[in-house]
Design a protein around this ligand. Structure first.
Ligand code: ADP
Ligand code: SF4
Ligand code: MG
Length: 329
C-alpha cells in the first residue's frame, strides 16, 4: 500500500454558463513514504486540481483517493481534523500563504500548536528546531515576513507544513516564484527533508528541469490524464510518450508561464471539449488512425514505467476503453 493512492480521479468544475469542465479526467498516481514524485505538464493540464483533490480541498467526481489507507474526505481547511494534518499542502506563492502581521516564530508555533495543549513557551525550542531544519537561523523567529526574501518565506511555509509532523507534503509550484539560484537551494532542501524525515512529497511543477533534479519518479500529465510515469532518470533519458518527448525538447524554450512555443503545435485544448481518442492526438507528431478514436490506457512497462500511448501497446496489454472520454458532449 502506498502512502497516497489516487485511482481514476475525476475533478469536474462547473463554469458560470453551466458548462462542465472535467479538469482531471481519470488520473491514477501513487506516492510512497520518503519518495518525491514530480508531476509535470503545461499550465491548465489539471495539476493544481489533482493536488487539491489529493488533500481534500476539492471534491472528487469519481474515483478514489486514500492516504495512509484511509479515504481522503472533502473538508474545509479549517475543519480538517488532527489526523489530516499528516497531509500538508504548500502553495506557490509564499507571499500569500504567510500572515504579514505576525512574527515568523508565532506563525510556525501556530502550525505546531493546533490540536496540542502545551503552554506556548514550551514550543520555542521546537520552533527553532524547525527553522534550523529548513536552513534558517533560530533568530529568524523574531522577524516579520516583510523582512524576509522570497526564498526565506518559502522555507517558512515549508517549516509550517513540517510543524504538523506530516507523512506527506503536496507542493504546488513551490519554486516558481523564486529566483533560479534560490530555486536550487529550496529544491535541495526538499530532497534532504524527504530523505531525513522520510516524508513523501508530490512536487508539482511546469518546469521539468527542476523535477528532474529533485524527483525520484516523475508523472507527466496532459489535459487531465497521466500519460506517462517512470523513474525520473529513465523518463529523461528515454521518454516513451510523444508528449513527454515534447516537454523535454521544449525545456530551453519554455517561458515562465509554462507555455511551449516551439516543440508543439497549438495550445492545450479546452478540457470541457477534449479531443476524441488519445487526447494528445491533435498535437502529436506521431499520430496514427486509431489514435483518433481509441483511448490508450496507462499500461505498465518494464522498470516501473507506465505509459498511455498506442505506439507502446504491449501484446494484449492495452484494452479498448469503450466508456472512456471520446467525443465532446
Ligand atoms: N474553479 C474552476 N472553475 C472552472 N474551471 C476551472 C476552475 N479551476 C480550474 N479550472 C480549469 O481546470 C483546468 C485545470 O486547471 P488547473 O488544475 O489549475 O491546472 P494547472 O495547475 O495544471 O495549471 C484549466 O482548464 C482551468 O481553467
Ligand atoms: S496514442 Fe497516438 S496520438 Fe496519442 S501520443 Fe500515442 S501516437 Fe500520439
Ligand atoms: Mg496550477
Amino acid at each position: 500500500m502506498s502512502l497516497l493512492e489516487l485511482r481514476d480521479v475525476e475533478v469536474v468544475y462547473q463554469r458560470r454558463d453551466g458548462t462542465l469542465v472535467p479538469a482531471v479526467a481519470g488520473a491514477s498516481l501513487d506516492v510512497n513514504a520518503g519518495e518525491i514524485v514530480g508531476l509535470v505538464g503545461e499550465t491548465g493540464c489539471g495539476k493544481s486540481s489533482l493536488a487539491k483533490a489529493a488533500v481534500g480541498l476539492v471534491p472528487v467526481a469519481s474515483g478514489s483517493i486514500t492516504f495512509e489507507g484511509r479515504p481522503v474526505h472533502v473538508l474545509g481547511r479549517r475543519a480538517r481534523p488532527v489526523s489530516e494534518r499528516r497531509l500538508q499542502l504548500v502553495f506557490q506563492n509564499p507571499y500569500e500563504s504567510i500572515n504579514p502581521r505576525r512574527t515568523v516564530g508565532a506563525q510556525v508555533a501556530d502550525a505546531f500548536a493546533i490540536g496540542r495543549t502545551q503552554a506556548r513557551s514550551s514550543w520555542r525550542p521546537r520552533v527553532e528546531d524547525l527553522l534550523r531544519q529548513v536552513g534558517l537561523p533560530a533568530t529568524m523567529a523574531r522577524r516579520f515576513p516583510h523582512q524576509l526574501s522570497g526564498g526565506q518565506r518559502q522555507r517558512i511555509a515549508i517549516a509550517r507544513a513540517l510543524a504538523a509532523d506530516p507523512a506527506m507534503i503536496v507542493l504546488d509550484e513551490p519554486l516558481s516564484a523564486l529566483d533560479a539560484s534560490v530555486q536550487a537551494q529550496v529544491a535541495n532542501l526538499l530532497v534532504e527533508l524527504a530523505r531525513n524525515l522520510h516524508v513523501g512529497m508530490l512536487l508539482i511543477s511546469h518546469d521539468l528541469a527542476i523535477v528532474r533534479h529533485v524527483a525520484h519518479r516523475t508523472a507527466v500529465m496532459y489535459l487531465g490524464v497521466i500519460v506517462e510515469t517512470a523513474p525520473t532518470a529513465d523518463l529523461w533519458t528515454a521518454p516513451m510518450h510523444p508528449y513527454t518527448q515534447a516537454l523535454i525538447d521544449s525545456i530551453p524554450h519554455a517561458d515562465g508561464a509554462g507555455h511551449l512555443p516551439v516543440a508543439l503545435p497549438g495550445e492545450i485544448p479546452d478540457p470541457a471539449r477534449p479531443p476524441s481518442g488519445c487526447r494528445f492526438h491533435p498535437r502529436c507528431p506521431r499520430v496514427m488512425d486509431r489514435c483518433l478514436s481509441e483511448v490508450p490506457e496507462l499500461v505498465a512497462k518494464d522498470g516501473g514505467r507506465r505509459v498511455a500511448c498506442w505506439l507502446h501497446e504491449a501484446p494484449g496489454g492495452a484494452r479498448r476503453a469503450a466508456d472512456g472520454p471520446s467525443v465532446a458532449p
